[in-house]
Design a binder for this molecule. Structure first.
Ligand SMILES: C[S@@+](CC[C@H](N)C(=O)[O-])C[C@H]1O[C@@H](n2cnc3c(N)ncnc32)[C@H](O)[C@@H]1O
Length: 195
């Protein structure tokens, strides 16, 4: 486990990350898009790409449940098996519907047959930008028509370019950094809708 993972696994860091994300989901009004479209009584299917410890799972579930849209079915994907272990700590004893798949998402087969209502990518590391270009393209092909692709990143232009290849950007927000915390620098959140 590296320093980042050690730091993240501290209960105070996990809780801080979860509270921050709940605040972000509430603030950007994510549920509004699903309430407006109507999810026809079906549960919202969510994919988290390059999920890391998947700290989104609890705040996302709380966000949708509070808005009476039901508990979302969440699948987190990451290529790194160590991170799956971290996610088990993060989701432990929580009332969530969540599974974690170890997959290389640059491979178009990696997502299986499933189509999602919502795809999330937080902090895609573009050290290898070509890798993420493929991940975005594959993510779009597993998003239902009209579904949302939400990305939080400090790399505004790169993300904008990727999202415009598969959909239409319908909102963008700036999320301030949290207490000068290295894990939560200021970043942009962009929401694209698959056309
Ligand atoms: C900077 S981390 C962000 C993790 C998490 N989303 C967060 O914000 O804390 C980027 C993640 O993308 C994953 N990743 C990179 N390339 C991938 C690929 N081809 N398939 C699946 N996951 C990948 C890495 O293993 C890493 O966990």
């Amino acid at each position: 486990m590296d320093k980042f993972q050690e730091q993240l696994i501290k209960p105070s860091s996990i809780e801080q990350a979860q509270n921050h994300l709940k605040h972000v989901f509430d603030g950007i009004g994510l549920s509004y898009y699903f309430a407006k479209e109507g999810n026809k009584g079906e549960r919202i299917k969510v994919a988290i790409l390059g999920a890391g410890a998947a700290v989104e799972v609890l705040p996302l579930t709380r966000h949708f449940v509070e808005k009476e849209l039901g508990k979302p079915e969440i699948t987190a994907f990451d290529v790194n098996p160590t991170l799956k272990k971290l996610s088990e700590v993060v989701a432990k004893d929580k009332d969530v519907d969540f599974r974690y798949e170890i997959r290389d998402l640059s491979n178009p087969e990696a997502f299986g047959e499933e189509k999602y209502d919502l795809v999330i990518a937080r902090n895609p590391d573009t050290v290898n930008a070509g890798n993420w270009e493929k991940i975005f393209a594959n993510g779009f092909s597993h998003l239902k028509s009209g579904g949302l692709f939400v990305v939080a990143s400090t790399l505004r232009q790169f993300i904008r370019d990727q999202l415009e290849k598969g959909g239409k950007i319908i909102r963008s927000f700036k999320i301030p950094e949290v207490d000068n915390n290295v894990f939560f620098p200021e970043r942009d959140v962009l929401i694209a809708q698959k056309t």
